[in-house]
Ligand binder design. Structure first.
Ligand SMILES: *[C@@H]1O[C@H](CO)[C@@H](O)[C@H](O)[C@H]1NC(C)=O
Ligand SMILES: *[C@@H]1O[C@H](CO)[C@@H](O)[C@H](O)[C@H]1NC(C)=O
Ligand SMILES: *[C@@H]1O[C@H](CO)[C@@H](O)[C@H](O)[C@H]1NC(C)=O
Ligand SMILES: *[C@@H]1O[C@H](CO)[C@@H](O)[C@H](O)[C@H]1NC(C)=O
Ligand SMILES: *[C@@H]1O[C@H](CO)[C@@H](O)[C@H](O)[C@H]1NC(C)=O
Ligand SMILES: *[C@@H]1O[C@H](CO)[C@@H](O)[C@H](O)[C@H]1NC(C)=O
Ligand SMILES: *[C@@H]1O[C@H](CO)[C@@H](O)[C@H](O)[C@H]1NC(C)=O
Ligand SMILES: *[C@@H]1O[C@H](CO)[C@@H](O)[C@H](O)[C@H]1NC(C)=O
Length: 757
């Protein structure tokens, strides 16, 4: 036999080397999701997980053990492990496995994390005339960046002992010991294995302690104690409190410096379900478009939470455009963000005396009028005037900008930081900045020099003034808090919008709450402040969490879907001025894709009259209606579930909003309402029909005789004038005191014009 040539040997070695590389670098973290937990015992589940890993590691138990990250055993079954693509595929085909998906990173839903500094209490959250004393029996869990336990928002002064039902714990760690928990902050845990498997970056506080501020902010917005006389550098001064100040807080820190990983989020859900939280708040989520319900950590976790009676409140996302909504599953309530009637404005006066208002959180004072120039006229080096107009790093010629106010532009892209632009101008010797941005109107930023944000219209006027004036000048004044700004609330431009990209028959977002410039507790770890003002659907979510906690306190037996229904059917679609809620930046009239059922009304939620309730079995039927077959369904539920009684379409899920898609001629859907008001009460249907559609309700009158009585009705949609696109209306069941309102969203199937050919 001829000896191997050198070349062949080289190839051989090279091949071995490459396959080693493949093995080393292609191992990624996966979630292996296996549906509901049945009554197997814990050791049995752990042994099964280990066996599966041993099989794909060719019988090597040490490697199997090393690849294991988490086992999920309480709320649902599954595990997280480091696997190659091939191993993941093998496991996906093993019996009992519903899905295997990669450990993706989720983002906190705060706008532009680098502008991540600043938030406000909602004045509307007075205790309505109900007894909400039972709040201290309500436990609210937060899957977030942890908590700053010393903040006065989390004081346990005058709080009764921890409820006996609580099974959670206070996990000690860096700068966090057992005495960090108290009768307010009753539990705290942290999850870092998924993060560590993916990222090298060192973390601050390997413990439940919050280094970023986000987690303290969301927890205090939902359930913070009343703290008198707080402010952000003197702005928005007043008392700060959460929606349910006497509710208990349990913290599940799963989010670290750069985000939150799926396997850690699922571990948090698993523990929270076991610990006995009543409500879980998640101001985070997938990027749009989100994955299928059973390959998305938040959807899976919330599915099992709701089966255990835990209500899940989440944020819709900050991507802003049509169809960008995330957290789409019907078993959670998904919150969009609006403004409040509080603005932070900064006056701008031009040399000719014209006065404009911009948005800012900058306190810096400008002494007198300064020369003002467009950044495009100060381009440095190889930058074109167009490029420099965006004030990106080193694009400005300081010879031209020193001592002046610079007018910069902002595209609204999330990769640009407004705060950073003020630094660029400052470094180039600028004394002030006017930032033209129509996309994020009204979001206040703590700029490092006197600066303000204006919309395109005002921006063009300022540029035109500069263009037509030989020695153009301006002065920018420090920020002021303005209360009572109109119109309010408005839907923010960044709040993600419907339709639902996974199941068009379920409207998302469900509800809207304040999420613009909100003041709440902060972590002093990175910025030396205890309260901060920030924006995002992240901030809107805990407003609804707090309201849900109040409802749970007054109506402890209500299911998560009943609480959700109460929040949705009592919402308003009118602003404080009595006109339709508008949408930033252009002020167009809003619709349910912008605000869901509307703006939450905390004064009406406790007495909704009727609720649209849904039980875990209804979500199974829902899954059948969107194409899950019995086999897949049983993998998830691990029981004898069938798809026999599936509805005709997902529009028939007993949801508090009603969406019908692909309507051809006519279609009927069914709903069931449960009386939670006075035992004897009569409701009449009132319809505002979507344009070009006849809507009939049968029966038109509901006569209730007892508490918790259920009654069915049908809604029949008939097309009268075909035309493309979505149309909106509403259905209200009303009596003298109560209105139970659902948005109607109808998409007519475009007429079949093929006969024209
Ligand atoms: C830990 O506990 C001790 C008292 O038991 C307390 O003095 C100390 O401040 C605590 N440390 C932290 C970081 O909470
Ligand atoms: C609020 O705090 C500020 C500064 O800390 C103080 O000057 C002011 O007197 C306080 N106001 C009240 C009502 O306590
Ligand atoms: C800045 O502007 C000055 C004056 O117009 C010019 O002499 C200089 O070359 C410019 N510097 C850069 C880096 O563009
Ligand atoms: C400035 O004036 C010039 C010439 O008068 C014109 O071409 C340009 O469009 C003007 N720019 C602005 C922003 O008004
Ligand atoms: C499913 O049905 C079979 C046969 O009817 C029965 O033996 C089994 O116990 C059922 N399983 C569950 C989980 O209900
Ligand atoms: C809806 O109402 C129309 C008109 O009354 C009727 O012709 C149609 O059959 C109904 N559709 C359904 C699905 O019930
Ligand atoms: C729509 O409703 C109106 C009033 O109820 C009725 O007169 C009309 O015939 C209906 N049109 C269709 C197409 O069902
Ligand atoms: C349109 O109508 C034609 C003829 O009636 C039919 O063959 C075709 O499938 C229809 N197309 C759609 C999209 O419904």
């Amino acid at each position: 036999m001829a000896p191997l040539s050198c070349r062949k040997v080289f190839y051989l070695l090279f091949y071995v080397f490459v396959s080693e590389l493949r093995f080393c670098f292609c191992s990624k973290v996966y979630v292996v999701y296996m549906g509901c937990r049945t009554n197997e015992n814990l050791d049995e589940i752990l042994r099964q997980n280990h066996n599966m890993l041993t099989v794909v590691h060719g019988g090597r138990t040490m490697q199997a053990k090393a690849s294991h990250i988490y086992s999920y055993t309480h709320g649902f079954k599954g595990f997280a492990a480091k696997l190659t693509e091939e191993q993941a595929l093998t496991i996906a085909n093993m019996p009992g496995v519903v899905s295997v998906f990669q450990n993706l990173k989720r983002r906190l839903h705060t706008t532009h994390s680098w502008d991540f500094m600043g938030l406000a209490t909602d004045k509307a959250m007075k205790n309505p005339g109900h007894n909400t004393k039972n709040q201290d029996n309500v436990i609210v869990g937060f899957i977030d960046t942890g908590i700053w336990p010393e903040s006065p928002s989390f004081s346990d002064q005058d709080m009764p002992p921890v409820p006996a039902k609580w099974k959670g714990r206070c996990q000690v760690g860096e700068a966090f010991n057992v005495s960090s928990c108290n009768r307010k902050l009753i539990g705290a845990r942290y999850y870092k294995s998924g993060y560590e498997a993916e990222e090298d970056s060192t973390k601050m506080f390997i413990s439940p302690r919050d280094s970023s501020g986000h987690g303290s902010h969301t927890a205090s917005t939902a359930a913070g104690r009343y703290v008198p006389n707080v402010s952000y550098n003197g702005l928005a001064t007043g008392g700060a409190r959460g929606g349910a100040p006497m509710a208990r807080i349990a913290v599940y820190k799963s989010c670290w410096d750069s985000g939150c990983y799926d396997v850690d989020i699922l571990a948090a859900f698993d523990d929270a379900i076991k610990d006995g939280v009543d409500i879980l708040s998640l101001s985070l989520g997938p990027e749009s478009p989100q994955g299928d319900y059973f390959s998305d950590a938040v959807s899976i976790g919330s599915f099992h939470a709701s089966r255990h009676g835990v209500m899940v409140v989440s944020s819709v996302g900050n991507e802003g455009y049509k169809g960008s909504a995330t957290n789409l599953a019907p078993w959670m309530i998904t919150v969009g963000a609006s403004s409040t009637d509080r603005d932070f404005t900064s006056d701008i006066i031009l040399g000719d005396g014209t006065k404009y208002q911009g948005e800012s959180l900058s306190h810096s004072k400008m002494e007198g009028f300064k020369r003002i120039i467009p950044a495009s006229e100060a381009n440095a080096g190889y930058f074109t005037p167009y490029q420099s107009s965006y004030c990106l790093g080193s694009s400005l010629n300081s010879t031209k900008t020193t001592g002046k106010i610079v007018v910069c532009r902002h595209t609204g892209s999330t990769s640009e930081s407004k705060l950073e632009k003020s630094q660029v101008v400052k470094e180039a010797g600028g004394l002030g900045m006017i930032l033209i941005d129509d996309a994020d109107k009204d979001m206040a930023i703590p700029f490092v020099i006197p600066a303000a944000i204006v919309g395109t219209k005002i921006g063009e006027r300022i540029l035109s003034y500069i263009n037509h004036t030989r020695e153009a000048t301006a002065q920018i004044f420090p920020v002021q808090t303005v209360i009572g700004s109109q119109p309010a609330p408005r839907i923010t431009s960044f709040s993600s919008k419907g339709p639902n990209s996974l199941t068009r028959e379920i409207l998302k977002p469900d509800i809207t709450a304040p999420g613009l410039n909100i003041l709440a507790a902060w972590s002093p770890a990175t910025k030396k402040i205890n309260f901060n003002i920030i924006s995002g659907t992240s901030m809107a979510c805990p407003h609804v969490t707090g309201i849900a906690a109040l409802i749970k306190a007054v109506h402890p037996t209500w299911s998560p879907s009943a609480i959700k229904s109460a929040i949705m059917t009592t919402a308003t679609t009118l602003g404080k001025n009595g006109k339709s809620i508008t949408v930033d930046p252009d002020g167009r009239r809003g619709n349910p894709f912008d605000y869901g059922s509307g703006f939450v009304d905390p004064l009406r939620v406790l007495n909704p009259g009727l609720v649209y309730d849904a039980q875990p079995r209804d979500y199974k039927t829902f899954l059948c209606s969107i194409g899950y077959d019995e086999k897949l369904l049983r993998l998830i539920t691990r029981d004898n579930s069938t798809c026999k009684h599936s509805f005709r379409s997902a529009s028939n899920l007993n949801y508090p909003s009603i969406t019908v898609t692909d309507l051809k001629h006519s279609y009927s859907i069914m709903r069931t309402v449960t009386n939670v008001g006075k035992p004897r009460s009569i409701y009449r249907a009132e319809v505002s029909a979507p344009r070009g559609i006849n809507v009939t309700i049968l029966p038109e009158r509901l006569d209730f005789h007892s508490y918790l009585q259920k009654m069915d009705f049908t809604v029949n949609f008939t097309v009268t004038t075909p035309s493309k696109g979505y149309r909106f209306g509403s259905l209200t069941w009303r009596n003298r005191d109560i209105r139970v309102t659902s948005p109607l969203v109808v998409q007519v199937r475009p007429p079949n014009l093929s006969y024209l050919r």
